[in-house]
Every structure is written in C-alpha cells, then in structure tokens.
Design a protein around this ligand. Structure first.
Ligand SMILES: C[S@@+](CC[C@H](N)C(=O)[O-])C[C@H]1O[C@@H](n2cnc3c(N)ncnc32)[C@H](O)[C@@H]1O
Length: 278
C-alpha cells in the first residue's frame, strides 16, 4: 500500500502537490495532533466571534441524519473530520499528505469514530468520486493551497444538487492586505515558509484573490459570506505569552463588525456557505 501511495505521488502529483505533500508529511511527524476539542460542536455556548466555531456550527446546522455523506476536503490531521463524525455525519477526508492521513486515522480511532470516518490520500484537483456523491463539503484553510479553478469544478461535480459546501479561508482581497504587500512591509516582515506551531506556511500557499472569490460566487449560490480578523491579525505583534488571548481581539472585531459593515470588509478570514443550485 505504501509503495502504491509513494508511486502515486511520484507519477501523478504535480510539482506543487508534491511540495505540499512533502511539507505536511514532515510537519505531521513533528506536530502530531493528540486530541480533539469537541466543544465547538457540542457546547451550549456560542462563540460567533471565532471563525472556527462559526464554521462548525454552520456545518452542524446542515446535519439531518447519519446517512448524510460529508467530504472534508484537505482534512489534514483529521481534527475537524473527527468533530463532524461526532456530530453524526458519515465523513470522507481527503488530503495530499499520507503523513497527515496516517495521523487522522489514528486520531479518529482514539475516539471510536473510525466506522464513520475514512481518510484517503488524494489531490483535490482529481477527486476519485462519482458525480453527485456528497450532501455536504467542508474545507478549512485549504482552498488557498490548491489550484482553485480546477478544485472548485471538482467539488461542484461531486456535490449533490441542493448540497452545500462550506469553506473557511484566508483572504487576500482587502486594503490591509494590499498595504501588507508593499515593498517596505515585505522587507520588514517577509513571507517565508515556516513550520511554526501557530503560523505554519508552505512555499506555495496564497491567500484567496478577488478573482478566486468571484469564481466561488460564479460556481455556487453563496448564501452567506462572513468575515473575521481585523484586529485579530495583529496578535503576533504581542508577546507570545499573550497569544492565547487572541479571542479577545476576535471578540472586539465581532462587536465592531456587528455595527459597521465597512469594517467587516477589512477582515482577512472568510466563511462562505455555498449551495449547488445549478
Ligand atoms: C493548512 S492545512 C489545513 C488542514 C486542515 N483542513 C485543518 O484545518 O487542520 C492545508 C492542508 O491541505 C493539504 N493539501 C495541500 N494541497 C492539497 C491538494 N492539492 N489536495 C488535497 N490536499 C492538499 C495539506 O496536506 C494540508 O493538510
């Protein structure tokens, strides 16, 4: 099996896919996830200021019964897939990294949810599923790692008519981002790849461009777009010991965004709820 996977990576994967796979194969050996926090799905609390909590709640709202098939596209080490299996979905996770899929299989077994969750090594650009297979598709911080036009077409193909795709992504279409791209700032704080705990960055990832966001709108009926993270994005300027207080910045952003739509446009994390209607 391992040989087949290794062979597949050499023969079928593009250079970019191979670089992503190599990066996450390495990352998964040094940052293996040990446990899952189910609170975003199971807690009575609401945290509408948190992009991750908001995404999990939106997906949970789509749950009708355990026959529903959910595709987690770019499932990484399986944390979010495990949460969705716990909610009751029948989950298929796909990811380019065999290392990540290995950790994900172990993680889901740790919670006895392996019967409801299957992880497969597969590029998002070439999904090995029939048309109209999935009721729900989720993607967390993944579109900005892939060939967006090809992947959006594939995701739409495998989503059932009336099904929903819910994405959370970093966005590069804001004024703040354009300022960030200025030579002066790039010199002061270059965008190097990193395997840091908090800000791991691959060589090829790029925040979604306006054109890529427009493509999402052209391919689906976008029922909700919500933005987060204006003050939040500056948390890294704070001393590391304060980084676990990032939720305070998220909450301040949420309060301001609730009152001012223009401020929301500055947010560089977006959630999109996309229905397949045609
Ligand atoms: C930032 S991580 C997000 C992982 C997971 N969604 C999470 O939130 O933890 C990006 C993931 O995309 C995967 N990936 C990168 N390129 C891919 C591709 N072309 N097809 C499928 N997965 C890919 C990586 O292996 C990695 O697991």
């Amino acid at each position: 099996m391992l040989n087949v996977v290794a062979e597949k990576q050499c023969i079928d994967f593009t250079d970019r896919q191979q670089r992503e796979a190599a990066y996450y194969d390495q990352y998964s050996t040094t940052h293996e996830v040990q446990k899952v926090d189910f609170a975003p799905a199971t807690s009575d609390q609401l945290r509408p200021w948190s992009p991750y909590w908001s995404l999990v709640r939106l997906v949970r709202d789509e749950f009708r019964d355990s026959s529903q098939k959910l595709l987690e596209f770019g499932s990484g080490m399986g944390v979010t897939s495990t949460v969705f299996a716990k909610v009751g979905f029948n989950v298929t996770g796909i990811d380019i990294s065999e290392g990540n899929c290995r950790v994900a299989r172990k993680l889901v077994a740790q919670y006895g949810l392996e019967d409801r969750c299957d992880f497969q090594v597969m590029p998002g650009e070439m999904l090995e599923f029939d048309d109209n297979t999935f009721d729900v598709i989720t993607g967390v911080d993944i579109l900005h790692h892939v060939d967006v036009p090809v992947v959006i077409k594939e995701l739409k193909r495998v989503l059932k008519p009336g099904g929903v795709a819910i994405f959370k992504e970093p966005l590069g279409d804001t004024i703040l981002e354009r300022i960030r791209e200025l030579k002066l700032f790039m010199k002061m704080a270059p965008r190097d790849s990193s395997q840091d705990n908090h800000i791991h960055i691959t060589e090829d990832e790029r925040k979604l461009s306006r054109e890529e966001i427009d493509l999402i709108y052209a391919s689906f009926t976008v029922e909700t777009e919500r933005r987060f993270s204006v003050l939040q994005r500056f948390y890294r300027l704070l001393p590391k010991r304060w980084w676990n207080m990032v939720w305070k910045l998220q909450r301040a952003d949420y309060e301001i965004m609730s009152r001012c739509k223009t401020y929301e446009k500055l947010g560089d994390i977006g959630i999109f709820v996309c229905r397949k209607t045609a």
